[in-house]
Design a protein around this ligand. Structure first.
Ligand code: FA5
Length: 343
């Protein structure tokens, strides 16, 4: 048995010297140290030996096992180092080569404008709130004085999610439903703005998208008047376009305000002579506004004999269109980096 162990060790060492890759090393391990190896068989048969011989051969077998395990570990190390060295030599890194430029992204022009307008209005004392994109018929229409039968529903071509009567849901067509959500939860004085995406089922053209951004504004307190609305909107326009800008303020109809107005800015591209941006009218409408209708206040349990308020809904995309002379609103959402990187 002792001789078999000496021969086994010599054979294993001889084989190990010839090995030059990890795969062969793993086979060697199975052959000489595995469960079915000769060494394992010897260790297994120790039980049949007389006690004295068992002790002696057992110690020798363990010694051989430890020696083979340590040779195995040593060989594995040598092979791994050699493979690392050769891969380092093959993939030499030339640190003198110029680096690849890392292109950094930047904020989308619409987000930039949204943040700028929010900052201006926040400085005037408005607080930012948010409403959901998927809205109930009640908030988008009913509570804004637009019942099922009202022709004003045609002003907002809607994308419905489900049309089950009172519980119908749609993608909100404007940010005005947020007015109602705020009035339900807050008591006057109220001064909030609600930025967000809105959706309309309409054909797109140079100044109309089917998904665009609005900022809603709402102020309710005692003695709020049209003069306050006009002052707020003029200040906003002056901050965005400078004091020289010409602003057109004229009557318009929205069922949830009385009186209602529409505000347009003189086209900065053609200065009134007419171009694609202003649809050859010289003006670009940027918002709808007005004094909150008494029925809307009443429905939210705010007494219109004590309180009054103004509201406005500003279209965001048209601001950078005017400022930078972008003649097609759809360019903002085409994700063409050549366009976006200019802002
Ligand atoms: C409204 O959405 C009203 N909710 C605004 C309002 C709020 C009135 C509070 C009174 C009180 P209107 O549909 O006109 O109104 O849209 C408001 C602004 O959104 C427009 O002036 C325009 O700047 C922008 N807008 C409207 N439709 C589009 C569109 N399809 N694509 C891009 N911008 C649009």
């Amino acid at each position: 048995m002792a001789k078999r162990l000496v021969d086994l060790r010599a054979e294993a060492v001889e084989e190990l010297v010839k090995i030059n890759n990890i795969k062969d090393l793993d086979s060697w391990k199975i052959r000489f140290l595995g469960k079915k190896s000769k060494l394992a068989q010897i260790l297994h048969s120790l039980a049949k030996l007389p006690i004295e011989e068992r002790r002696e051969v057992g110690a020798q077998a363990n010694k051989v096992k430890m020696a083979l395990e340590s040779s195995l570990a040593e060989k594995r190390n040598t092979l791994q180092e050699a493979s690392l060295l050769s891969s380092l030599q093959q993939d030499k890194l030339d640190v003198t080569l110029p680096g690849r430029p890392v292109s950094s992204g930047h904020i989308h022009p619409i987000t930039q404008t949204l943040e700028e307008i929010s900052d201006i209005l926040r400085n005037m004392g408005f607080q930012i709130v948010e409403g959901p994109d998927v809205e109930w018929d009640y908030y988008n229409f009913e509570a804004l004085n637009i019942p099922q039968w009202h022709p004003a529903r045609d002003m907002f071509a809607s994308l419905w999610i489900d049309t089950s009567g009172k519980d119908s849901r749609l993608l909100r067509t404007h940010t005005s439903p947020t007015q109602i959500r705020v009035m339900e939860k807050t008591r006057p004085p109220i001064r909030v703005i609600a930025p967000g995406r809105v959706y309309r089922y309409e054909a797109t053209d140079a100044t109309h998208e089917s998904m665009f951004y609005q900022i809603e504004g709402l102020a309710i307190d005692k003695n709020v008047t049209m003069a306050n609305l006009k002052d707020t909107l003029f200040e906003l326009c002056y901050s965005l376009f400078g004091k020289e800008i010409r602003i057109r303020f004229r009557c318009d109809y929205f069922p949830f305000v009385e009186p209602g107005v529409e505000v347009a800015i003189e086209c900065l591209s053609c200065h009134g002579s007419g171009c694609r941006i202003c649809n050859y009218s010289g003006w670009l409408e940027i918002l709808g506004a007005g004094m909150v209708h008494p029925d809307v206040l009443r429905r939210a349990n705010i007494n219109p004999d004590i309180y009054s308020g103004f509201a406005f809904g500003l279209g965001i995309e048209r601001i950078p269109m005017l400022r930078y002379g972008v003649d097609d609103i759809r360019l903002f959402y085409r994700n063409d980096l050549r366009f976006l990187q200019q802002f």
